[in-house]
Ligand binder design. Structure first.
Ligand code: SF4
Length: 422
């Protein structure tokens, strides 16, 4: 059976450097398909869909709210041709009711152990409109090695450098942050994969650079330290969401190849200052993720925050505005207070103000978002800062002889001839 799995395109953040990481959701999902299914994957951000190419069944995997409109259009086109369409992924769960209007079936939840049922129903012509497994999460040990073989790997490079490969070692998150839907999507219980399985998957990836996409690694100290210990012999270099802020954990993370972390910076406290310093002291870079427009943000406090980011020498920063995604506390609060200004999901790109901020007009917050990008990158451009972060990984790879010859030319451009060859 020929199953076409599609990842709909979406516009990138206006100020973000445009590059494309290999998507993770579709390759994890593909690993759950019955053996008789042949998957043909299209990342529409990089490839064009040929709607005339015959196919038995279509799957649409949506991660982001800004993908849903395009996902629905793709489904409508296939369904007009008589092809049945199944939807899944995070954004399908966030927008289930609307997505059902464009689907033959939607799958909600984690797919491991469930696809035999869906595909049997498809073959028997008895597809159900909704397979709701949101609250019946599968045994985490069922998570198999992602099917990266379905990716067209040559598409995922930036200026000739292979992009990081994405991998996960756990699901769920014990926290419940205000703007985040993870507690709805993956539950409040932290669910680590068996470490040997996660390590075997990392080891098998033909790429020295990984992005460990777990929601947050700072969940369970003993697990985190064990994971890092097991990662040391792999000599991979990786970025991730936050790591627990304890010297013994950061020590092990550095030995395991931690390159940089994405770290939310939400205030100008000594706690944040010290935390960033500790990462840096361990040779770990920091890309700050900065959310503007929270109810305690005034114009002055936002400006102070940007100055603070420069003071603490963040390696990179990405600025977004609070966006009330469905199934978050932010949505519930702003909706109750009648402060949501747009329900057009294409506007939910996190760089457009779609709600009424508490201490300023929406236009002023939009201007402050520009101010944040411009001020943070005024003395050193985003490209320069990225190049510096890239130098860090090259240095680490040269130090342990894992630097790949295919990246040597780029290192020459970055460091000059002599140093690249030492
Ligand atoms: S923002 Fe991160 S730490 Fe907070 S709930 Fe979401 S995934 Fe967990």
């Amino acid at each position: 059976m020929k199953f076409r799995l599609i990842y709909p395109k979406w516009p990138k953040l206006a100020r973000q450097t445009e590059f494309h990481l290999p998507p993770h959701g579709p390759v994890v999902f593909a690993a759950t398909l019955p053996e008789y299914v042949t998957v043909d994957f299209i990342d529409e951000n990089l490839e064009t869909i040929d709607f005339d190419d015959p196919v038995d069944f279509v799957g649409i995997s949506m991660m982001l709210t800004v993908q849903v409109q395009r996902g629905w259009e793709i489904a409508d086109t296939y369904r007009k041709k008589g092809v049945k369409v199944l939807f899944g992924g995070i954004a399908t769960m966030l927008h289930a009711a609307e997505t059902m209007l464009h689907a033959d079936a939607v799958f909600l939840g984690e797919a491991e152990g469930r696809m035999e049922e869906v595909f049997t129903d498809f073959r028997q012509g008895t597809l159900k409109p909704c397979y709701d497994y949101l609250d019946a999460r599968p045994d985490i040990a069922l998570v198999g090695t992602a099917r990266r073989d379905i990716l067209n790997r040559r598409l995922y490079n930036h200026k000739g450098v292979q992009m990081v490969d994405l991998v996960h070692a756990s699901r769920g998150c014990r926290f419940n942050c205000y703007p985040c839907a993870v507690s709805y999507l993956g539950g409040r219980e932290f669910r680590p994969r068996p470490i040997d399985k996660a390590i075997a998957e990392m080891a098998a990836i033909d790429n020295n650079r990984l992005f460990i996409v777990d929601n947050s690694l700072a969940q369970d100290t003993a697990w985190e330290m064990e994971l890092f210990r097991e990662m040391i012999p792999l000599k991979k270099k990786w970025c991730s969401h936050p790591i627990e802020d304890k010297p013994e954990v950061l020590d092990l993370a550095a030995q395991a190849g931690a390159w940089y972390v994405y770290q939310a910076v939400f205030d100008t406290s000594d706690y944040i200052r010290d935390r960033i310093k500790r990462y840096h002291d361990h040779g770990i870079g920091v890309e700050g993720t900065i959310l503007l427009g929270l109810d305690d943000h005034t114009e002055d406090s936002i400006k102070r925050l940007i100055d603070f980011l420069l003071e603490i020498e963040l390696d990179l920063a990405e600025f977004t505005v609070l966006t009330p995604f469905p199934h978050t506390k932010a949505y519930d609060d702003l909706h109750k207070q009648n402060r949501i200004l747009s329900s057009h999901w294409e506007d939910y790109s996190a760089d457009q103000v779609v709600f009424q901020p508490k201490h300023m007009t929406p236009d002023r917050l939009q201007q402050l978002l520009d101010y944040a990008w411009n001020t943070f990158y005024q003395d050193e451009s985003q490209n320069m800062k990225m190049a510096k972060l890239f130098q860090q990984v090259v240095k680490k790879e040269m130090a342990d002889n894992t630097f790949k010859p295919r990246n040597r030319e780029l290192a020459r451009q970055t460091f000059g001839k002599g140093q690249a060859e030492r």
